[in-house]
Design a protein around this ligand. Structure first.
Ligand code: HEM
Length: 373
C-alpha cells in the first residue's frame, strides 16, 4: 500500500485507519536550551518526513557518510516498505513549565488529569514532556522510527517510557473490520471514525476559537496503560462477560439485537422485564448520551509485556484516545467508569499521560510545533 502523506492540515496517525502495530514513546527533554529544543523538533520533522515515506532517517542512511562516523540510519528497516507508518507528536503539560518560557501558551484543555478512583499509577511509566506515537503494519518499522528519533535526540531528550502494542483494538474508519481486545470482545464499534466529518470537527480537532490559536487543527491525546487480569476474566461466565459490556461476544451486537452495528436502545427490555443492557454496562456508562454528547476517538492497542512473576501474563490494553478537550470528554467519561463500571474488577490503570498534539506540518519549510514556538 502507498505511504500515508506526512504533510497536511492535521497530523497523520489520528484519523488514519488504525494500523496493526504500535510503538509509543514518551520523552523527557534534558536540555534547558529553548533553541536546542526547536532545533531538535526541526531535525525530528525532517526525519519523520523521510521515515513515513519508507526512506532512511537521514540522507546518507545506513551506508553512512564515512566509515569513521556513526551512520544516520540504524539499518534494521532496510528493504522494508513504509508499512503505513505514521508518526504523531504531542507536548505534555510538563513542557509548559518554566524551562522554555512556554507557560503562558499552555492550553487550558491540557489541564492535569484528576486522580481517578482505583487507579494505581506508576510514575516512571506516566507523563512525559514529549510523545511520539509510531503506528505501522510492521512492528520493526514502528520500532525503527522511534529508535532513530531517540538517536537523533541524543543529549537533548531521553526516553522516559515506551510501550509496544501488537494488535489494534479499535477501528477509526468504516472501511475497517472491528478488531478485538484481549477480553475477546470487538472494540471500536461505536468509535469516532474518519468518515464522521461533522463529529470530527466538533469533537476531535481543536479550533482557534477554543482559546489556544497555536493548537488549531491539533488534538489532545490521553494514554492509559490498563492491565487486565485476564486469568480471572477467562474463568468468568459468558453471560457475565456480555453483561459487563452490554454486547454479545461473537457478533458484538448490543444485547437484545442481532448485528454489530444495530443502534443502541437502552430502553429495550427482555421478557423478564429487565433491560437488555444493564444500567451499569460499559457501553451505557461510556455512551455520549451519558456525558453531554461527549465522544472519543479511541485508538488503543493490545499489549503483553511478558509475565508478572505470579503465574500470570502481564497483559492488557494500552488505551489511546484523541479528543478536542479532555476536560469535557475523557475526564467525565473515566470518572463515571472508575466509579461504576463492573469491568473494574478485571482491570487496573497503571499509567497515564496527556499530550497536546499540534496541527499538521504544512510542507518541507514547516516543522512539528512551529505554531507554538
Ligand atoms: C466501548 C472495551 C476502557 C470508553 C467499548 C466496547 C468494548 C470496550 C468491548 C464496545 C465496542 C465499542 O463500541 O467499541 C473496553 C475495555 C477497556 C475499556 C476492555 C479497558 C481495559 C475504556 C475507557 C474509556 C472507554 C478507559 C474512556 C474513558 C468507551 C467508549 C465506548 C466504549 C466511549 C463506546 C460506547 C458507545 O457509545 O457505545 N469499550 N473499554 N473504554 N468504551 Fe471501552
Amino acid at each position: 500500500s502507498d505511504p500515508y502523506p506526512f504533510y497536511g492540515e492535521h497530523q497523520a496517525g489520528i484519523v488514519t485507519p488504525a494500523q496493526d502495530r504500535l510503538h509509543f514513546a514518551a520523552f523527557d527533554v534534558i536540555t534547558d536550551d529553548r533553541a536546542e529544543l526547536v532545533e531538535l523538533l526541526q531535525e525530528w520533522t525532517a526525519a519523520a518526513a523521510r521515515l513515513t515515506q519508507g526512506k532512511e532517517a537521514g540522507a546518507f542512511g545506513a551506508a553512512g557518510v564515512s566509515p569513521q562516523a556513526a551512520p544516520d540510519d540504524t539499518g534494521e528497516a532496510l528493504g522494508l516498505p513504509a508499512s503505513g507508518l505514521t508518526l504523531t507528536i504531542g507536548f505534555g503539560p510538563s513542557l509548559f513549565d518554566e524551562r522554555f518560557g512556554l507557560a503562558r501558551l499552555r492550553p487550558a484543555a491540557l489541564a492535569d488529569l484528576p486522580k481517578f478512583p482505583g487507579e494505581q499509577l506508576i510514575p516512571d511509566i506516566s507523563g512525559g514532556d514529549l510523545c511520539v506515537q509510531a503506528c505501522a503494519h510492521d512492528p520493526q518499522v514502528a520500532v525503527h522510527a522511534i529508535r532513530n528519533l531517540a538517536r537523533i535526540g541524543f543529549g537533548k531528550v531521553s526516553v522516559r517510557w515506551s510501550q509496544l502494542g501488537f494488535g489494534r483494538t479499535s477501528s477509526t474508519s468504516r472501511a475497517q473490520a472491528t478488531p478485538r481486545n484481549l477480553m475477546g470482545f470487538k472494540d471500536g464499534t461505536n468509535n469516532l471514525k474518519l468518515e464522521d466529518a461533522d463529529l470530527l470537527r466538533a469533537q476531535l480537532w481543536a479550533d482557534a476559537r477554543d482559546g489556544t490559536p497555536w493548537m488549531a487543527g491539533g488534538s489532545y491525546v490521553v494514554t492509559r496503560k490498563i492491565r487486565m487480569t485476564i486469568e480471572t476474566w477467562d474463568r468468568t461466565s459468558l453471560a457475565e462477560q456480555e453483561q459487563i459490556f452490554g454486547r454479545d461476544k461473537v457478533e458484538g451486537a448490543p444485547l437484545g439485537k442481532k448485528s454489530e452495528f444495530d443502534p443502541l436502545d437502552f430502553t429495550a427490555r427482555a421478557p423478564d422485564g429487565q433491560p437488555y443492557i444493564k444500567d451499569d454496562a460499559h457501553i451505557r456508562l461510556a455512551h455520549p448520551t451519558a456525558h453531554g454528547n461527549a465522544h472519543l476517538l479511541r485508538r488503543g492497542y493490545n499489549f503483553v509485556d511478558g509475565s508478572d512473576g505470579l503465574g500470570r501474563l502481564d497483559a492488557g490494553l494500552f488505551f489511546i484516545a484523541y479528543q478536542r478537550d479532555p476536560r469535557k470528554q475523557f475526564v467525565p467519561i473515566q470518572l463515571t467508569l472508575a466509579k461504576n463500571d463492573p469491568l473494574n474488577e478485571y482491570i487496573k490503570h497503571v499509567s497515564s499521560a496527556l499530550f497536546a498534539c499540534p496541527p499538521g506540518v504544512r510542507d518541507a519549510g514547516d516543522y512539528w510545533g512551529r505554531t507554538l514556538f
